[in-house]
Design a protein. Structure first.
Length: 83
């Protein structure tokens, strides 16, 4: 039975893998920048809107809960709960 060669960490990865990793890194950097922009925008909207704040994540996992007048509300799935 032939023995399998162990992967050597010094062996260079194929160019396609390097290109894919570079593309994923660029996408991750872009997404991180967009998340930061959205967070900053949301903070500004919350400052301008009285009596509204942002709570923890909704059970749907798609959105953070909005808190207004002792009520939790998810703008994505319409979950509501009175505090």
């Amino acid at each position: 039975m032939p023995r399998r060669r162990r992967s050597n960490s010094t062996t260079p990865l194929p160019q396609t893998v390097h290109r894919r990793l570079a593309a994923l890194e660029a996408e991750l950097t872009d997404n991180s920048r967009r998340v930061t922009q959205l967070e900053n925008t949301l903070r500004a909207v919350m400052r301008e809107t009285e009596n509204v704040s942002v709570g923890g994540p909704c059970v749907c996992g798609e959105c953070l809960l909005l808190v207004q007048r002792r009520r939790l509300y998810c703008p994505k799935c319409n979950y509501q709960q009175t505090m």
